[in-house]
Ligand binder design. Structure first.
Ligand code: TRP
Length: 339
C-alpha cells in the first residue's frame, strides 16, 4: 500500500520551545517513520505579519531547520523544505483565492482571534490588517494541497485552517473535477504544555518559554522563578504538588524520581529550592542529546543548507506534479512544452 502524505508547517519566527516540542514536533519525529512526510518552514506565512522584519525570518529559517534536525527529524526519511522556494504554492494561492469569500475569511476563528490581537496592539483602525494576512488561510490551503497532504498534524488552534482547506478543495473539485486530495487533520494527543509561570500555554509572546537551545544558566533562572504552592512558606511545610509548576515539569521531562518528588513534597520533607535544583538537572539531562545535535549542526552550517536545498528540490518536484493537474483541470494548460 502506498504511504499517505503528511504535510505540516511551522512559522520561522523564533527557535523551538518545549511547547512546540511536546505539542507538535516530537510527534513529527514519530510520524516520519510511517508516512511520506513534508515539513514546511513557512517563511512566506511568517512574512504576512513580519514583512517589515525580513532579517528575523531569514535567521529563523536556519534556526528552525537546526531545531528540527536536533530533535530527530531525519532528512533521509522526511522532507524539510522552505516555503518560498516553491513558487507553485504562490500560484495555487492565486487560483484558490477565487474560491473563498472575504466574509468566510473574516469568520475563520483563527484569523478572527489574530485580528483581535492585532487591534489590541495597533489600535482599532484595522489598518494593521493586510490583504496578505487575511488571505493566509488560502495560502495554507495551497501548502497542504501542493503536496497532496492527506493527513495534517496540527494543534487545536489550527483546526479552522484545515477546515478552510477542505472547503476550498471541495469547491475546486466540484467546479473543475476531482483533482485535489481532501486533507484530514491529525490532532496531537499530547495536551498543550503549561508555562512555568502557571499560564495554560507556553509561548514566545507570553515570555514563559523554555527553548530547546537554552543554556543551563537560562534554564536555572527560569526554573528558580517557577510558580509553586503559595501556601508553602517554610522549607518543611507540606505542600500540594498538583498546583506546583515544578512538580508539573518533573513529569514533563520524565524525571524517573517523580514519585519520590511527589511524596516528599506532600509530607514536607522536600524544600522548593532543592526540588527546583533537581528539576534543573533533569531538564538539562532531557535537553542534552538535543543540544549535542544542535551543536553539531551549528558547526556545520553548510550541511544544514544542503539538507534544506535538497528537501526543497524534492518538495518542488511534488508541487510541480500537482500544479500540472490543477492547470489541466482549470483548462489553462495551453502548451505541452515548459515555458
Ligand atoms: N499556520 C501554522 C502555524 O502558525 C504553520 C503552517 C503553515 C502550517 N503552513 C501549514 C500548518 C500547513 C499546517 C499545514 O503554526
Amino acid at each position: 500500500m502506498e504511504k499517505k502524505n503528511i504535510l505540516t508547517g511551522i512559522r520561522p519566527t523564533g527557535r523551538l520551545h518545549l511547547g512546540h516540542y511536546f505539542g507538535a514536533t516530537s510527534n513529527w519525529v514519530k510520524l516520519q517513520e510511517e508516512y511520506n512526510s513534508y515539513f514546511e518552514i513557512a517563511d512566506v506565512q511568517a512574512l504576512t505579519d513580519n514583512f517589515n522584519n525580513p532579517e528575523k525570518v531569514r535567521i529563523n529559517v536556519r534556526e528552525i531547520a537546526i531545531d528540527l534536525l536536533s530533535i530527530g527529524i531525519d532528512p533521509n526519511k522526511a522532507t524539510i523544505f522552505v516555503q518560498s522556494t516553491i513558487p507553485e504554492i504562490a500560484e495555487l494561492t492565486v487560483y484558490y483565492s477565487n474560491l473563498v469569500t472575504m466574509s468566510r475569511l473574516y469568520r475563520n476563528p483563527t484569523v478572527k482571534t489574530e485580528i483581535k490581537q492585532k487591534k489590541a496592539l495597533f489600535g482599532n483602525s484595522g489598518e494593521s490588517v493586510t490583504y496578505g494576512f487575511v488571505g493566509y488561510p488560502v495560502s495554507q490551503a495551497a501548502d497542504i494541497t501542493a503536496f497532496d497532504g492527506a493527513l495534517i498534524p496540527v494543534g487545536e488552534d489550527q483546526l479552522p485552517l484545515v477546515e478552510q482547506t477542505r472547503e476550498i478543495v471541495h469547491k475546486f473539485n466540484s467546479i473543475y473535477g476531482e483533482t485535489l486530495t481532501v486533507p484530514e487533520h491529525y490532532l496531537s494527543k499530547t495536551p498543550r504544555i503549561k508555562g512555568l509561570d502557571g499560564n495554560e500555554k507556553m509561548g514566545k509572546s507570553l515570555g514563559n518559554a523554555i527553548y530547546l537551545a537554552d543554556s543551563e544558566e537560562e534554564i536555572s533562572k527560569k526554573i528558580m522563578s517557577a510558580v509553586t504552592d503559595p501556601n508553602k512558606i517554610r522549607k518543611d511545610d507540606p505542600a500540594n504538588p498538583d498546583i506546583c509548576m515544578v512538580y508539573y515539569y518533573h513529569n514533563v521531562v520524565k524525571n524517573p524520581n517523580v514519585e519520590t518528588v511527589c511524596m516528599e513534597c506532600k509530607n514536607g520533607s522536600r524544600g522548593c529550592v532543592a526540588c527546583k535544583k533537581e528539576l534543573i538537572s533533569s531538564m538539562m539531562e532531557f535537553l542534552k542529546p538535543i543540544q549535542e545535535k544542535r551543536h553539531y549542526y551549528e558547526e556545520h552550517p553548510k550541511e544544514v543548507d544542503k539538507i534544506l536545498l535538497n528537501g526543497s528540490r524534492v518538495a518542488r518536484k511534488q508541487a510541480k506534479e500537482v500544479m500540472k493537474r490543477v492547470k489541466k483541470s482549470m483548462k489553462i494548460d495551453y502548451f505541452e512544452e515548459e515555458i
